[in-house]
Design a protein around this ligand. Structure first.
Ligand code: HEM
Length: 393
């Protein structure tokens, strides 16, 4: 097979991915498949309408109030500005790198002792330990926060239409939310009230947030920072284990080379495969298409990240030396989104993945056991790992 035909993607079939026209209208939504169009929309006058924003917006009377992912305008800008310091590369290097290394060493010892394990669970343990440190979710009534967060985010009720099945799911989610609050969020809030630290919960307390608002931010952190990183570490390990020369290159390369490989994997296998927005005003797209205020967009990140006018030739080939026609595009293309809601945790995610994978892949005799099991997450329009086993021979 020539390089031009080579398709290295492992999750595209699960996503049912097909090549599409740049803009496709369906069920009243505009589906966006080109990078330049997606960028214009995400940077334009639009509001968040993904991740159940419509349901969340209506839920102001329940436990849920608006966290950063759903905020817009000045409120969003202020929250991003006030929390930027927790995500800055300097803070990560100075405050979290040691935690990342310590957690990696702990998890490697666990893998060596058990001669393997469930990579998806081990990656979740890593991602939770790091994001929890940044959030300040460090005090617990009982152990098991990674499992409580994973359960909470599995199949959440996002359908705005109420049916008996949807009501049961809402009830189930509220029970899981209460367990997360009582076991993890409340003990952490109590500890930070007595002794504030340099973390998100301490900051939210300092600006007068109430417990339930801190709870919703913590849920978003769980979804945004923990589950995404679990999927990413797992898919990256699968690619690297499946291609020995790439694994060798990752292990012997510089930090920049390792970063480039990880970003290229995220470009090909976006964890968040779909972003949604709603136009606040009427405007014209760069291709001349006119959109009305209120128009809903679905940005197909898989297609956008494979748009060769933005990412160069052979877009389905995992090429660690890929250079983007416009360097401002960034190695992961829109794997971390774009515009005002672009992921603030991108640097953290890449740093912890790199530290973890460098030690994992250096374990002699490491191999995958059987085929990893994946399923589809409607919440993010992406893949999720149900089971991925590794062993050491
Ligand atoms: C590989 C791992 C990750 C991926 C693929 C990822 C991807 C994304 C994407 C695509 C968005 C934009 C959503 C939108 O525009 O609607 C986002 C937002 C966000 N991410 Fe990440 N993320 C990752 C890791 C993290 C980590 C580690 C953290 C925190 C420690 C984090 C915190 C957030 C937050 C708070 C937002 C909301 C920002 C806002 O709405 O202004 N993410 N992420």
């Amino acid at each position: 097979m020539s390089i031009a035909e080579r398709d290295d993607r492992k999750t595209a079939a699960l996503a049912g991915w097909q090549p599409s026209e740049p803009l496709v209208a369906a069920n009243g939504d505009l589906y966006v498949h080109r990078h330049a169009l997606a960028r214009a929309i995400l940077r334009g006058e639009v509001s968040q309408s993904g991740f159940g924003a419509e349901v969340v917006g209506k839920a102001s009377t329940s436990l849920i109030s608006l966290p950063v992912l759903y905020l817009e305008g000045q409120q969003h800008q202020e929250m991003r500005k006030a929390t930027a310091r927790f995500f800055a590369p300097r803070t990560v290097e100075e405050s979290y790198r040691a935690t990342m290394e310590r957690e990696t060493t702990r998890l490697m010892a666990q893998i060596r002792d058990s001669k393997g394990g469930r990579l998806d669970q081990i990656a979740m343990d890593m991602a939770v330990s790091i994001a929890a440190e940044i959030a300040g979710l460090t005090n617990h009534l009982i152990p098991g926060m990674p499992q409580r967060i994973a359960a909470l985010l599995d199949n959440p009720p996002l359908d705005p239409k109420l049916s008996p099945a949807a009501l049961l799911r809402i009830l189930g989610t509220n029970l899981k939310l209460t367990a997360f609050y009582l076991c993890d969020v409340r003990p952490s809030i109590n500890a930070r009230r007595k002794a504030p630290r340099e973390d998100l919960i301490s900051h939210l307390l300092s600006i007068g947030y109430r417990d339930r608002e801190i709870l919703t931010e913590a849920v978003i952190f769980g979804a945004a920072g923990m589950v995404t990183t679990r999927e990413f570490i797992t898919i990256a390990a699968i690619h690297l284990l499946g291609q020995p020369p790439l694994r060798e290159r990752f292990l012997t390369g510089s930090k920049e080379e390792r970063r480039a490989i990880l970003e290229e994997i995220l470009r090909l296998e976006p964890v968040i495969g779909r972003l949604r927005r709603r136009a606040d005003v009427a405007f014209d797209l760069p291709d001349g298409h006119k959109v009305e205020a209120g128009q809903h967009f679905v940005i197909d990140i898989r297609s956008v990240n494979a748009d060769s006018s933005a990412v160069g030739a052979c877009p389905f080939h995992l090429d660690p030396e890929r250079t983007m026609p416009d360097p401002r595009t960034g190695g992961a293309a829109m794997g971390f989104g774009d515009g005002r809601h672009r992921c603030p945790g991108a640097f953290i995610a890449l740093e912890e993945s790199e530290i973890f994978l460098a030690q994992l892949l250096a374990l002699p005799g490491l191999r995958l056991v059987g085929e990893p099991r994946m399923s589809w997450s409607e919440l993010v329009g992406g893949y999720q790992f149900d089971e991925c086993r590794i062993a050491i021979d």
